[in-house]
Write a protein that binds this ligand. Sequence first.
Ligand code: TMP
Length: 204
Amino acid sequence: MTGLFVTLEGIDRSGKTTQTALLLDALGDDAVGVREPGGTPAGERVRDLLKDPAVKLSPEGEALLFAAARAQLVRDVIRPALAEGRVVVSDRYLDSSLAYQGSARGLGVEAIEAVNTFATGGLQPDLTLLLDLDPAVAASRAGEEDRFEQAGLQRKVHAAYGELVAADSRRWRRIDADRDPAEVHHDVLAAVRAAREAPAGAAG
Ligand code: TMP
């Protein structure tokens, strides 16, 4: 029995965290929720490091820390849950590294893909939901500032997600996030249910 691996992606303040919580609630005990970076004791400490603006990090160092947290999460939480046949819902996964570090920070999507293939053993989501929101709308939503939230960076990340969707439209579903959270949730849940009902390897 293998489960279903669902990831939610989007620029900062696109509503992923709210939508992850609503989805987990709707799926019930069958589902396991994780967040990136984080989700393990080591990963949560890496998260604190990454989110602290007082800690100076090179783009390469940043990319490797995200990959390190991900490696731990995949081994300790995601693979065991999938092996039990559960639905794993992750608030961000490797596409965040491809979009933020690979494209927006300019490290190159191929280099980030290589590092992450090593980190995850090549584990890919079955379904990835892009919560699509205009960066200008996202900027007008309140929230605390951190090192990833500069407007220019968010525009580049938004464009990078567009390219990732175009390159693998079978795995991705684009969801309009500029709506009431309940409406967004309706579409998120419908996409996950469709993927669960599809035969293995045919999430699209
Ligand atoms: P979040 O918990 O609000 O999504 O914050 C995580 C921040 O880290 C967000 O700005 C996106 C960024 N990030 C990356 O740059 N690369 C990654 O691989 C991940 C998982 C997150």
